[in-house]
Ligand binder design. Sequence first.
Ligand SMILES: [Fe+2]
Length: 272
Amino acid sequence: MPFEVVPIKPQIGAEVRTDVATLLGGERAADLRRLLEERVVLVFRDLFLDDAQQVAIARTLGTPLKEGGGEDGVYRISLDGAQNPKADYLRGAFYWHIDGSTQEKPYYATLLRPVVLAPTGGETEFANTAAAYEALPDEEKRALEGLRVVHSMERSLWYVYPEPSLAQVEAWQRVRPKSCPLVWAHASGTRSLLIGATADYVEGLSPEESRRLLVRLREFATQPPFVYRHRWRLGDLVIWNNTAAMHRALPYPADCGRLLIRTTLAGEEAVH
Ligand SMILES: [Fe+2]
């Protein structure tokens, strides 16, 4: 029954004070979806969920994806290869990015809960790409109109492997790149920037101009007023709106056993 919403920063984040039964019952699902639109990141403390409860809550908000061959909605975020055979790829998460940016419909939202904490570091940061777009000078908004950016998995993996083998690059390129508008105009009327580590180049610009623009926008969007840094505590649940946020993990000791459980909700809005 309890349901109290406390904003965290003016431009991003809200703590939702509620209980597990209320979340499992789904009676506040419409409120939570509206809050994801308005606040982008929602923080819940002291829930101490198990995997099944996390997936059940996810189902009240959308459609959990099956990722990495595990059970539906249960994906283990760990740098330990025994926990996650694709652990190496997760090192791309240390750079600002949007999940599923190469999909026809980028993922709607993600639920994340810690199981093992890092002794130091390992916070997750979120940047509100809709608030950042709104805050751009009008002249710059006009300059972005009609620009398209190509997103690729390959681009983000160059951050992790600056000197890859040809076989690695060929494997990365099997995930098809996707041309997207640089400014995503959502059905709701909200506009957000489609940038981050998967943003390879802006079509029609010189390589230098394109790199400058993408860095400029990333720098602008990740200024402190648009960013919430979450320091994990056991018992937490964080849900973020992936269509209006970039996120990244801060560094932590690779062998510390840090483990988060992720439930990703399928995209609902196509980007053309
Ligand atoms: Fe991610």
